[in-house]
Design a protein around this ligand. Sequence first.
Ligand code: PEP
Ligand code: MG
Length: 554
Amino acid sequence: MPTSLQGIGVSAGLVAGPVAKLAAPPALPAPRPVQDAAAEAAAARAALQAVTDDLFARSAAAADPVAKGVLEAQAMMAADPTLADAVAERIEGGVDGPHAVEEAFAGHRAQLESLGGYFAERVSDLDDVKMRVVCALLGLPMPGVPSPGHPFVLVAADLAPADTATLDPAEVLAILTERGGPTGHTAILAKQLGIPAVTACAGALALTDDQTVLVDGQTGLITPDPSDEQVAAAKERQAALAARRASSHGPGRTADGHPVRLLVNIGGPSDVQASGVPGAQGVGLFRTEFLFLDRQTAPTAAEQQELYAQVFAPFAGRAVIVRTLDVGADKPLPYLAQEAEENPALGVRGLRLGRVQPAVLEEQLAAIAAAARASDADVSVMAPMVSTAREAREFAEIARSHGIEKVGVMIEVPAAALLAEQVLAEVDFASIGTNDLAQYTMAADRMEGRLADLLDPWQPAVLALIQMVAAAGQKLGKSVGVCGEAASDPGLALVLAGMGVTSLSMSPGALADVRGTLAAHTLEDCQRLAAAAVGAPSAPDGRAAINAELIGVG
Ligand code: PEP
Ligand code: MG
């Protein structure tokens, strides 16, 4: 066993504990002839129904809204009548129940995968539903989370959302998986539950039950069989981290009072409570396409206005930055009938949709403007995938013609970052989408797990572009935020603040850590760390240098 393993830290926290591994899913029995097709098909339908009911019940019992949504989506997969028909059809063709389930799910899986992006990421959710149906059909217990009777570090190849959503943070000290990435459900739910987590960690499955491991959810470092000194040092750091989280209140600022607005990324009204989002100074990215991803027909203008109004209502006096539809590439909208493309990520996506269907943007801006007029929120709009100053100008003209005063653009294409001054001159603000900026700068598909090292926002080339945009903002006196996943990494948050980024927008679960980390460092510290990260020879070197400083501070 190596002295350490390295994965991707996706939920911060440091803890040592004994390993308990998730049982592997059952193997399918050998195929057998079908005696009574009608009875076998009925049993398969009953298994699908049982899994549907179980997932709906788990969804109803889940306290966390994200967990609820994930479980409900899985229940709906199991309830899909076309799936039940596909299973029955195969049984009638002579395939036994378990194998018919396997084949029918494989068909659905291939469809999801071919849609790519957002949908392809749901493949592991579907695989889990299939495994549950097979277990129900064979009368086997669901291979769920172990319960060794004491707190443990849960180790698995991958974790299904149905498992992650129902984990008890008092029992599960940390999560460690061999697969998964920073944007998968394991990562999202672990952050939500406050459980330290490391994904994409090669060699994790070689750990044995009851072996002690030290898990660092910030750096992704796993130490098997840590020494007493290592465990004691980790405990000290964890206590300091918890204290920092607990003492983190109010607006974002550095130790010497330099303000950095802390905002949240949302996808619709269900992400917003009656009081807004606790701890957030507003919304830095409202991904409006998330409202419509599963719709077969276009929303009417009135429907859109109502949805936007619901989001704005709790944010009186606070900022809400609405991003116009970012469709295409990994987020096709079923009702928009976009043409198939050779390279969808480089195709007619984001603002570019306006070239072929300009009415969609006009209608959306009209609905946003109407909802904004009726609300006390400080509403602004921004366009995704802007490449040129001219695109920025044209978007601003359209938005302003609808009466929207504050208009911005996302900077996620390197061309727009390189000429940020010209682009920013046309609008009121910019927000850097580091997920796509990394994809396009490094020429690495953001959905390709094998290229995760290239997609790392710590890549010095990506940081150099962010620095150019921040500098342009400072020169023109315009705000430049960051709303990609990079903003939720406490170490990167310092680096970004040091570059002059004025706001950070992230998932709500990351707010306390980022706020606490900023409050423990001066602007000068941040500027020094920014120079170190951009000047680092590689992404891991930059991350390690800044993490070493974070560990030093506690
Ligand atoms: C980004 O690209 O960083 C971003 C925030 O937008 P999305 O992840 O929705 O593409
Ligand atoms: Mg983007």
